[in-house]
Design a protein around this ligand. Structure first.
Ligand code: AMP
Ligand code: GLY
Length: 432
């Protein structure tokens, strides 16, 4: 079967690496891909939101399955586009419908969905320009800190945690009246602050059956000790020592099962991943957000830990055999560290040559270098092409050991201005 994978990050490199290990994959095409995905198939330089061109390429290359990495094409309805076209409706999309993608595409939609389905989440209210004054009163009587969220996709920047009422009122006005995030902040969700440890759990579903494929903790801030600006993610670890079987059971019965039942009850078509962004408050799990895709860099630890045929798992969604698949995990600790360009998550330069000391790197046989923002230039050098450049994943005896191995690999890689956090997994240093 020929497969098309959409996206260009570390997530897509990890997916390409795994998909091509399958007997079910003949040829892989990656659009647009990066310098790393080149070794698994053909990169095609097209935009992931250009559905007409994706259709043309799919027909030309006899594509039978499309795996969608990023959220934007999902929220824009790529699933519906393909299923409603006679020429492409046979293609198996690993994707939710546009309706299902609203779980990520609209905070207000996902909050209402959780409320209808009794899924634990922070108490909230939603406001638009029309009830702006009411929103201000709501903020004034709200406990602190208070969380404000732009309703739509805002590239991970649409959340403000205000510690004073004044800051909250300013942020509220910025979002609703000054349209700080454009259309995405024409509606704002105001919610209670939950204090606890964050983790993410990943599920694949056909909207009826599901399998848990892993979990991870992401380090979102740019600076050591979780300081500074938010990024797309600077590193991840998995499995988490505090995620006991009993706690996982709670997540499954209180969150995952009601979510899948909710999709079914509400006739929401969903043939893809659900990323549950959770927070553990005391001994209880709450949903902070849903994403309708895999995380990045979470994928770079979740996928390597899977001792299964990923393409077969994808096929099982459409063959109605998801329940027959047994998910086996590599029980070793896994960590990934993201190397970023100087200036990220602010302004950064591209085009820096990346040097790999391959004779040293080859000795690290439990490490994998996933490319993110990279491309090859006209001299065939690998150069930086984004903020997050590489994600180095390693397996180890424990989290500290896995992190150490990734740091050693990173010391054999160089590009001008390269930066990575050297404290990924710091909370788990003393744990086995
Ligand atoms: P989101 O875009 O909804 O994932 O929010 C981004 C980040 O804001 C999350 O990863 C949390 O760290 C934080 N956050 C969001 N909602 C809450 C909440 N209700 N309580 C505490 N922190 C939150
Ligand atoms: N690493 C967070 C995300 O993919 O949304």
């Amino acid at each position: 079967m020929n497969i098309l994978l959409l996206g260009s990050g570390g997530r897509e490199h990890a997916l390409a690496w795994k998909i091509t290990q399958s007997k079910h994959c003949s040829l892989l095409f990656i659009a647009p891909g990066n310098a790393g995905t080149l070794q698994y198939g053909k990169n095609i330089n097209i935009n992931v939101n250009d559905f007409e061109t994706i259709k043309k390429i799919s027909i030309e290359n006899n594509i039978e399955m499309i795996v969608v990495g990023p959220e934007e094409p999902l929220v824009k309805g790529i699933y519906d586009f393909f299923i409603n076209d006679e020429e492409t409706k046979h293609i198996k999309l690993i994707a939710p419908s546009a309706n299902g993608a609203q779980l990520e595409g609209s905070k207000a939609f996902s909050k209402k969905f959780m409320q209808r389905n009794n899924i634990p989440t922070a108490a909230y209210a939603e406001f638009t320009k029309e009830n702006f004054e009411e929103g201000k009163s709501y903020i004034k009587q709200h406990s602190l800190p208070v969380v404000l969220k732009a309703d739509g996709l805002a590239a991970g920047k649409g959340v403000v945690i205000a510690t004073t009422t004044e800051d909250a009122l300013i942020a509220f006005e910025e979002m609703l009246i000054h349209q700080q995030f454009g259309e995405a902040s024409s509606k704002v969700v105001i919610e209670e602050f939950l204090d606890g440890i964050e983790l993410s759990v990943f599920v694949i579903t056909n909207g009826k059956d599901y399998k848990i494929i892993g979990h991870a903790k992401d380090y979102k801030r740019i600076g050591v000790g979780d300081t500074g600006l938010n990024t797309g993610g600077m590193g991840c670890v998995s499995p988490l020592p505090f995620l006991t079987d009993a706690f996982m059971q709670k997540i499954e019965t209180k969150i995952i099962q009601p979510t899948i039942q909710g999709l079914q009850k509400e006739n929401i078509i969903y043939n893809g991943f659900i990323f549950f962004g959770l927070i553990k408050v005391g001994a209880e799990p709450f949903v902070i957000e849903y994403n309708c895709r895999m995380g990045d860099p979470e994928t770079e630890v979740v996928i390597p830990r899977l001792n299964i045929d990923l393409t077969e798992l994808f096929l099982s969604i459409y063959n109605n055999t998801l329940n027959d698949i047994v998910i086996e995990f590599d029980e070793r600790a896994c960590a990934t560290i993201v190397a970023v360009s100087k200036g990220y998550p602010g302004v950064y330069e591209k085009g820096k040559v990346i040097e790999f000391d391959n004779s040293t790197i080859r000795q690290f046989d439990s490490s994998i270098i996933f490319h993110a923002g990279t491309k090859t230039n006209e001299h065939n050098d690998v150069v930086t092409n984004g903020g997050r450049v590489l994600a180095v994943t390693s397996f180890g005896r424990n989290i500290a050991n896995a992190v150490q191995l990734s740091k050693e690999v990173l010391s054999s890689i160089h590009f001008e201005g390269m930066y990575f956090r050297n404290d990924i997994g710091y909370e788990f240093k003393s744990q086995n």
